[in-house]
Design a protein around this ligand. Sequence first.
Ligand SMILES: Cc1ncc(COP(=O)(O)O)c(C=O)c1O
Length: 391
Amino acid sequence: MYEVGDGELKAIERVLNSQKYFRYQGPDVETETSLCELEWAQRLGSEFTLLTTSGTNSLVAGMAAFGIGVGDEVIIPAYTFVATAAAVMQVGAIPIVANIDESLLLNPEEVKKCITDKTKAVVAVHMDGLVCDLDGLKKVCGENNLLLVEDAAQACGASYKGQAVGTIGAFGGFSFNVDKVLSCGEGGLLVIADKSYQEQIKRSFLTHDTPAQFGASMREELAPLSFMGLSMRMNEINSAMLRIQMTRLDHIIEKLRGRKKQMADLLRSEGYFLRMGHDPEGDNGSVVHVVSADPLENSARVKSLLASEVVALSPTMRPAHAAWQWFKGMDKSDYWAKGLNPYGLTEKSYVYEKSSFLPSIQFLGSTIRIPIPYEGDFNNFLQKVLKGLKG
Ligand SMILES: Cc1ncc(COP(=O)(O)O)c(C=O)c1O
């Protein structure tokens, strides 16, 4: 979370005083949650948005709605948070991990190598606010009849060629957990931008709220759907807070982008190379990625940056952001729900080995990830970065 203040306090107080905490308050009654969804739809230019309790759940609701399930394979990048793989498994499908390239993002050529007759979807993850090659990925998906999904959990405020990320694939998911550009503590948003997906829109709604099919507010809209889904409704307190957070988005992104540009210009003028994603203008500006010659130089620079009080790490040093860190949860041995482990529901066997990801290890291991500080004296910070990088 980058900014929080009186606006959020007042919004939460208003909801507390109203004693109305639930997203439904009768048919046709506008609530904080329904208004927040409307505001996101308007902002993103999207037919449908659905608030959920987390970014992970927004992906789960989207995958379920688009018919991704048991026996399907879903291609995800080697550099992403564990939640991307967990969401795939929660709908019964198998995550297939593709190598990233020097952009730290999914490479369409690597995606092609992972396609089999079971592949159903490809998840483009806009990591650290870096924007994926959506044209390239769309082309591969189109040629192979696959769904393109956008995991935009880390890319709130980012765009690709002028269009908001999360609205370009069949569906997109955002996260509002505490680390993200906007936050209401925990929360997520599913976006289905294309109005031709009416059936999927309804299915996602029922997936996120099983009882909705029985209640007065949504009964008619959801008929004739009738299945047991999950419970991932956003509450009114979180929605009210998020509505205020949304009013801060343009200003936060403008500041982050300004700072990132200043830092990028300075580092380039000193001879450093940066990883910039596939739309540097659309990047949300939250993180700078400095390229080192090799992992050895990288770890020496990281040490020196830390000694200069700059929060800098190789992406592989974060605990759950590189695929090989969570391979041990991707087999038949254990699962949260007895009998539902996707690896036990398919004849095909899957083996994940770190050695298959040497290119990803090389790119991540020769990158220093520096989050842009939002507060404080930025010029002083830049001097510390230069000192740290020079060792
Ligand atoms: C890339 C990515 N995908 C999905 C998620 C899941 O979001 P949440 O923590 O809101 O479930 C995160 C959260 O950090 C993320 O970084």
